[in-house]
Design a protein around this ligand. Structure first.
Ligand code: ADP
Ligand code: MG
Length: 234
């Protein structure tokens, strides 16, 4: 059974419709990417999974209907979210920003901190640094770490590589692979950087102005001339 099943999801900002009947499923233990241009609806899709938009349709996590639940209950059921603009507390330390994520999983704090420090040794070295003085890559790591402090089964990451140098993108890709392989997490990312998505994800869905228009493995999509020209620069 799929860990996450989205069926006919539509999302609205007032009268404006940002997602149109989006259906997709995410298998347990996989890394799935949604690619799309600016404004395609990527953040809206992840926000909708978290219960943060006005929407209709069904979203099932591990057999439980979550579409009508409150965000904090969706987090408790095992969905961690690293949003696009991180929303870190700039004048709080790295450690305190991580602990903010632990509010739904207090019993797991020690174990989760250990996992975060294993994945991001730099965060342990700099645990008392304010996030305001960190690089973009380090802030992305704090954001991912904070999401991991919620003990997720499913991790949602909105544009993990936005604004990051190629070397840092490789570090992030490595961490996402380790989350799947060593920690048995399922990962759903969004990306404008289609080549990053190709290198990382087992399956890729293409979102255009609120609609899914294609899906397949990296090889399948790279072999589609129109998609290759539009998204992969070849
Ligand atoms: N808070 C909002 N209020 C009104 N419209 C919004 C809001 N957030 C996003 N939108 C609109 O919804 C569409 C999808 O946006 P978004 O999900 O942010 O796209 P992406 O993350 O792919 O760049 C865009 O047309 C955007 O202008
Ligand atoms: Mg976005």
């Amino acid at each position: 059974m799929a860990l996450l099943e989205i069926d006919q999801l539509s999302a609205f900002y007032g009268k404006a419709q940002a997602l149109h009947d989006v259906s997709l499923s995410v298998e347990q233990g996989s890394i799935i990417a949604i690619i799309g241009a600016n404004g395609a609806g990527k953040s809206t899709l992840l926000d909708s999974i978290m219960g943060l938009t006005q929407m209709r349709g069904t979203i099932t996590l591990d057999g439980t209907q979550i579409a009508k639940l409150k965000p904090k209950d969706i987090v408790r059921l095992g969905v961690g979210y690293a949003p696009e603009r991180f929303n870190l507390f700039p004048y709080m330390s790295v450690r305190d920003n991580l602990l903010v994520g632990a509010f739904t999983a207090r019993d797991d704090i020690e174990r989760n901190l250990e996992m975060v420090h294993k994945l991001f040794p730099r965060l342990e070295e700099r645990e008392s640094q304010e996030t305001a003085s960190q690089s973009g890559g380090e802030r992305q790591m704090v954001s991912l770490g904070r999401a991991l402090m919620t003990s997720p089964k499913l991790l949602l990451v909105d544009e993990p590589t936005i604004g990051l140098a190629p070397k840092v993108c490789l570090e992030i890709a490595d961490v996402l692979h380790r989350l799947r392989d060593e920690f048995s997490l399922t990962v759903l990312i969004t990306e404008q950087n289609a080549n990053f998505a190709l290198s990382l994800a087992e399956r890729i869905h293409v979102l255009e102005t609120g609609r899914l228009v294609a899906e397949g493995s990296a090889e399948e999509l790279a072999g589609d001339d129109r998609l290759a020209a539009a998204y992969f620069g070849h």
